[in-house]
Design a protein. Structure first.
Length: 399
């Protein structure tokens, strides 16, 4: 295709937790059918529907890609990735028939429907493609100049951290910016700069391809879709969180020990996060609600369970800037370990208003599933009756 510039050139150009969740599904629920839906939470400055033709072409290209032997060898070296999963990926190819796009006025309706094992990888690729096509519409050189200037300002902010003496628990952060990046090229440049200039604070990236290329740690465990899927996996709805966490423990046996807390809200999560799970998991990840309230609530829960919370890690990942991360660090680091997954503020701070786009699991095995967030507007469910039932079961209020 004349002039065609692919956004995704490698299937490894995605977040680690897509592979870790996929492996668990392969081993325990391989027959699962799923549906995912795209959503833009803010109002774009330019209509997303105008991207449809380009997006269709990008998806055609995406579905022609296969994992290379070099990429598979890299995954195989990760101690929590099992050989049968690598063999599965060797045969894997995304299927174009599972994804559909239609214009709804100025918006895009993107849906992925089919076997979960063949659908779950679409999410990050689709979000990255939509973002890059959208931001290709603005002059690139001035935007990248702003991005580089702002990144250097962040590096100066990091350098100031060493000026008073740091607490025993060091400040560490990770790149979580794949899905909402300005472009693939800028994302790679930005991570490369952080690797060279942000040591010892920068500890890795969620992007597996960039982790491989730069020799840093790939970061990630689970996302909302993993927990949501267990809402229809055969146990009582009331038990879906404990069932999901139990399966995770059995699959990874001590690896990947950071659990996500806000699929039905933190309070409901903590009612299920008993002494057994407190001891088995290394820490918890925040993704909605007030981060200070959340952190204090988690520490109080560990105290209630007679757990030394200083040995656990609080990972923050909700709309972080470096400034917010450092403030949270100063608040919690004297007491416990922290980590900060920074996304858009690193990968798309180029003078443009970022898109707030997501792609969430909305049904599984023909049944609706829901995410009930601690932040108003971040929840997602397409079936009001199921949402009300879920909230009644867990005695929560949906936002």
């Amino acid at each position: 295709m004349s002039g065609f510039m692919p956004v995704i050139e490698s299937l490894l150009d995605t977040d680690l937790y897509k592979f870790t969740m996929m492996q668990e599904i392969l081993h325990h629920q391989p027959e699962t059918q799923a549906a995912y839906a795209f959503k833009c939470r803010n109002t774009p400055e330019r209509p997303l529907a105008a991207l449809q033709t380009e997006l269709e072409a990008q998806l055609d290209h995406l579905c022609s890609l296969r994992f290379s032997e070099t990429e598979l060898a890299y995954l195989a070296k990760l101690r929590f990735i099992k050989s049968d999963f690598v063999d599965f990926l060797r045969l894997f190819q995304l299927q174009r028939r599972f994804i559909s796009i239609t214009a709804q006025g100025e918006d895009l309706d993107i849906r992925v429907t089919g076997p979960m094992l063949y659908c779950m990888l679409f999410e990050i690729y689709v979000l990255s493609i939509v973002n890059e096509l959208y931001f290709r519409q603005v002059p690139q050189a001035p935007a990248l100049a702003i991005g580089r200037e702002r990144l250097q300002a962040k590096l100066k902010e990091l350098n100031a951290l060493s000026q008073p003496a740091m607490p025993a628990n060091p400040f560490v952060f990770f790149d979580f910016g794949t899905r909402r990046r300005f472009s693939r090229v800028w994302h790679a440049e930005m991570v490369g700069i952080l690797v060279k200039q942000a040591a010892p604070y920068f500890r890795g990236t969620s992007n597996v391809l960039l982790a491989m290329q730069y020799g840093v740690t790939p970061i990630g465990t689970m996302a909302h879709e993993y927990m949501q899927a267990f809402q229809c996996f055969g146990s009582r709805l009331r038990d879906f969180q404990t069932n999901a966490l139990e399966h995770w423990v059995r699959e990874y046996r001590g690896d990947l020990g950071i659990a996500l807390t806000d699929v039905v809200g933190t309070d409901a999560f903590l009612r299920d996060f008993d002494l057994y799970f407190c001891k088995l998991f290394d820490g918890l990840r925040h993704d909605s609600g007030d981060p200070y309230e959340w952190g204090e609530k988690i520490i109080a829960h560990y105290i209630k369970m007679n757990i030394d919370y200083g040995t656990k890690q609080l990972v923050f990942s909700d709309g972080l800037t470096l400034e917010k991360s450092i403030a949270l660090y100063r608040h919690f680091a004297p007491r416990t370990r922290t980590g900060f997954g920074i996304g858009t503020h690193l990968s798309n701070d180029c003078g443009q208003v970022p898109l707030q786009i997501v792609m969430k699991l909305v049904s599984c095995n023909g049944q609706p599933v829901a995410k009930v967030s601690d932040t108003e507007g971040k929840g997602m469910c397409e079936d009001e009756n199921f949402l009300n039932y879920l909230c009644d079961v867990f005695k929560i209020t949906h936002r």
